[in-house]
Design a protein. Structure first.
Length: 122
């Protein structure tokens, strides 16, 4: 049983951020925090041949980017998060997109999700 199957979208985002922070996304010293995740709607899209509901969430992020003397803090940036999970063959594919609310990138993010490819395990 894959734990991603039963996770709600906010929990999935928290788990992915925790894992990304452990691995140092964006380079050494980068950490992203997202708090107060709220639902902002959903859209149904065809992903990997299936009709999938993509959840749209709204939150703010804080990030510490870089390290040492090059460290820069970015705080309270409002963002939209797009989350979808797709059962494809024996795998669960998690799709996550993000953009600042000040930028209208909704159609671009959703279009990219529709174009995702997942190799067949056969």
């Amino acid at each position: 049983m894959n734990p991603l199957v039963g996770a709600d979208d906010a929990e999935l985002i928290r788990r992915l951020l925790e894992r990304a922070n452990q691995r140092g996304i964006g380079g050494e010293g980068t950490e992203v925090q997202a708090d107060d995740i709220e639902e902002a709607g959903s859209e149904t899209r065809t992903i990997l041949g299936q009709e999938i509901e993509v959840s749209i969430l709204e939150t703010t992020i804080d990030a510490e980017v870089g390290g040492g003397d090059q460290s820069e803090s970015v705080e309270d940036v409002p963002v939209f998060l797009y989350v979808a999970t797709v059962q494809h063959e024996e795998d669960v594919v998690a799709l996550v997109g993000i953009h600042p609310t000040a930028v209208d990138a909704r159609n671009s993010v959703l279009s990219l999700m529709e174009q995702v490819e997942h190799p067949s395990s056969a």
